[in-house]
Write a protein that binds this ligand. Structure first.
Ligand code: HEC
Length: 502
């Protein structure tokens, strides 16, 4: 017997011993660290604020039924029987399905045992891993890979918590809460997404923190949303790191009150692999932060380095590629505030537009901050730290930090979104279709105007298409089937899509 084999035998014996005597009969004890007792520390306690950690929205003890799912079973079978208040525990193993949660107050929790997770595997052909349209939904501890559409998409649900998920190579959007109020996206690791790794769309009161996003086209995107904090994220090697912007042609027309602070935004130089014509396909590789048409965006305390085009780009719609103008959205980013940030080695291989702008201001060096187009009432402090273009006429800010604002989350969960039957089509349109279709412009899918011309009085035809879409356009990706919606909802959303006029 060779030496190597003896070693192997020793290891097997050791594993056997450890397995029997240490772990075999120990049940999994699960403790919820977001609502339990806190460490009181050596010094006198200073209250219950969870500094540095984002508290949970749902802290009441869960009293509902716990449904366990193990490999070989379908998660969806448990979702079907679950009642509001229930928890679905998914044990390590491989699951290949789309989970659609259309009821309120369900917690979908992966169980992580010795590093092994429940893996949702789309095998390259399923579209979405987890979709929810209910309120008070928690999705946590999963590993999601190889879906074509979304890893986790929220469709008009309030009070969501999406945390501790690992998402790899999963289609168009990684975590995509659409039309939600009061929600948390924390401690997720996301990579390989062809649009945005984290895409907060048409939502309010949002906290995006402690996520790692990399090798995606857009890292974190706050779009047509208000009152959002993006903090303590590690955003690296995307095409664009953190984006706050308005997409024109969506039903919600504004983005404002966004704080981007204390993030690491490093080396976002990945080649752009966004769907041609999509908004993000226009982002120049090497963009740290992009602020487009969004108002009241505060940028503070970030480490922004090694982004080759610029550390921060601020632009209006008129100067941005792949955007159309929406008469109801102000195209200018107003009241942007740039506070202290560590900016280093940005703009070292910048785009011609930035170079030309620098020439007009007789600036030399590599740009940290580039502003193009109109921006009113914006401000900056300690501008001498940065190489800038377009901000010389910005005022000094009247404040120096955002330390008094801990969160924009609401004290209590907001009321669940009640949907009147007459509104089913509208809410589905806002919550689902508007993620890929705008009225006039090209997003992921073709403009709604074009669809209206095609289907005119044929709502049923449109409803049939979305249940089972066929590939029609060479220059667009496939449209994911919406067959998880029932026939009534599909017809209602079809009728609504044909009726919208903006
Ligand atoms: C993940 C992105 C995405 C979502 C969400 C989405 N679509 Fe699409 N849609 C597309 C793409 C991409 C195409 C173009 C497909 C093609 O031409 O092959 C498309 C095409 C269409 C068409 C054109 C059909 C035709 O005959 O040319 C209709 C109608 C449509 N979508 C309706 C909807 C409705 C209604 C919803 C919401 C329930 C919706 N879509 C949600 C991406 C999406």
């Amino acid at each position: 017997m060779s030496k190597g084999n003896i070693f192997a035998v020793v290891l097997i014996v050791a594993a056997f011993f450890v397995g029997r005597h240490w772990f075999a009969d120990t049940p999994t004890v699960m403790t919820d660290s977001r609502s339990g007792a806190g460490y009181s520390g050596g010094a006198e306690s200073t209250g219950s604020a969870r500094s540095g950690l984002v508290r949970a929205i749902h802290t009441a003890p869960r009293t509902g039924t716990v449904h366990e799912v193990r490999e070989g079973e379908l998660i969806m079978d448990k979702v079907k029987v679950a009642e509001p208040g229930d928890t679905i525990l998914v044990y390590p193993g491989s699951y290949s399905e789309t989970v659609y949660i259309d009821k309120d107050n369900i917690r979908l929790s992966g169980v992580i045992e010795k590093g092994q997770r429940a893996v949702l595997d789309g095998k390259g052909h399923l579209n979405d891993a987890v979709l929810y349209s209910g309120n008070d939904i928690v999705v946590e501890n999963l590993l999601i890979t190889k879906y074509k559409g979304n890893a986790i998409m929220g469709q008009a649900g309030n009070n969501f918590e999406i945390r501790n998920n690992i998402i790899v190579d999963t289609g168009v959007y990684g975590i995509f809460p659409q039309l939600g109020k009061n929600g948390i996206v924390t401690h997720n690791v996301i990579s390989g997404i062809e649009d945005a790794a984290i895409y907060v769309g048409m939502s309010d009161n949002i906290h995006v923190a402690h996520n790692q996003v990399f090798e995606s086209v857009a890292g974190i995107e706050i779009e047509n949303s208000r009152h959002a904090i993006v903090e303590n994220n590690y955003v690296t090697n995307n095409t664009g790191g953190i984006l706050a912007f308005i997409t024109p042609g969506l039903p919600v027309k504004t983005t404002y009150d966004v704080i981007i602070r204390n993030n690491f935004i490093v080396g976002n130089n990945h080649p752009n692999f966004g769907a041609p014509g999509s908004t993000v396909a226009g982002i120049p590789p090497g963009t740290g932060i992009l602020i487009m048409a969004a108002d009241e965006v505060v940028v503070e305390g970030n480490i922004i380095s090694d982004n080759k085009t610029a550390g921060i780009i601020i632009t209006d719609h008129n100067n941005a590629p792949n955007t159309t103008i929406d008469p109801e959205s102000d195209p200018a980013p107003d009241k942007v505030a740039i506070l202290d940030n560590l900016m280093h080695n940005n703009g070292y291989d910048t785009i011609d537009e930035a170079k030309a702008l620098m020439l007009t201001e007789f600036k030399t060096g590599n740009p940290d901050i580039v502003r193009v187009g109109v921006s009113r009432d914006s401000c900056i402090i300690n501008r001498h730290q940065y190489v800038t273009v377009g901000v010389d006429n910005w005022a000094e800010c009247g404040f120096t930090h955002t330390g008094d604002i801990m969160t924009y989350l609401l004290d209590k969960p907001v009321e669940p979104r009640e949907i009147d039957p007459s509104e089913v089509g509208k809410v589905a349109y806002l919550g689902i279709c508007a993620g890929c279709h705008t009225y006039t412009g090209r997003m992921i899918g073709p403009p709604v105007q074009v669809i209206q011309a095609l289907y005119m009085d044929n709502a049923q035809g449109l409803a049939d298409y979305i249940a089972n879409p066929v590939k029609k356009r060479d220059d667009y990706p496939e449209m994911p089937p919406q067959d998880y919606l029932d026939a009534t909802t599909r017809l209602a959303v079809a009728e609504y899509m044909l009726s919208v006029s903006k």
